[in-house]
Design a protein around this ligand. Sequence first.
Ligand code: MG
Ligand code: ZN
Length: 376
Amino acid sequence: MTYKNIVFLVLFLTSFFCTSQTVREESPPKAQNVILLIGDGTGLSQISSAFFFKETSPNYARFKSIGLINTASSREDITDSAAGATAFASGVKTYNGAIGVADDSTEVKTLVEIASKQHIKTGVISTSSIQHATPASFYAHVLNRGLYEDISADMVTSDIDFFAGGGIKYFNKREDGKNLLDDLKTKGFGIDTSALGDFEGIKQYSKMGYLLAENHMEPAAKGRGNFLSKATELSIAFLSKDVDHSNFLVMIEGSQIDWGGHANDADYLISELIDFDDAIGKALDFAEKDGNTLVIVTADHETGGFTLSATQKTSEEGKSYSDYSEITGTFSTNGHSATLIPVFAYGPGSEAFSGIYENTEIFHKILEATNWSNKD
Ligand code: MG
Ligand code: ZN
């Protein structure tokens, strides 16, 4: 090695150690709050529809950190919502139908359980019944997603502080004759089965639950109104109300984007997607003001093989052609698909969500961004 090369080597090593030292000193602040928004069945075409059919600028366009996830479950190439949400909530690949249990049927810790140990308030919101697969995976542990009454019982014993959605009947019209609404009230829950209230009316409760339908909520286009946006804002106000313990984790699901896909009904799908995008806007508005909140928007899987196709028309000469000036939403399946799913992140730690990775990494990246699992 010549003298000149040695000098270069020394300079190189010096700069390397200096750089790594600087990086360690400037490690970014951890996120204090996490808002996880899951658009059930929302692939790239579903998201794209907001850019063509929403009258205002889509809130999806406000993110800078964007990634992709592989959503396959432990046994199937194509996941269902139970395995998909369990991957987010607990960081494990499991079988389709599993709620909060691993492939070997053992219970796995959820983000709600991990965060609540750190005095982080937790909430779940959905436009389905609150016992449906996506929200259930954040607070329940059952072998099969159809066990709605068992899932309701797990809500009572869970650490959830706020919930809003449908599913009254699984609490109070049960096979076992129990009325779990009484049990929830005993645990300190204010329960409202009529409508979302305002913060002033509920702030005296330690916990709050809204059950606004016997089973699922109505579609957005059929009377649900702005429930999801209002519930998003209300959950943030409620979960952050205690000065001593004002940090929170909330999962907000646009449940019925998936159902528009299953029904191959583009209008239903798009109206639900736009409603979900409105809720994303409320989460981002808060996060921008707060500065300590990580917002993640993703989906468990795509539904319907949805495509924004050119409308097929027939010319005067009788020839069929694709009219590139007009979109028709078309579908390739009544079920889910295996396409990679976009992830959007904003706030402290959001950079880590860019790249291509497994759906289970969402769980690990949230814990990394917050440090919730490592605090004592
Ligand atoms: Mg769902
Ligand atoms: Zn589905």
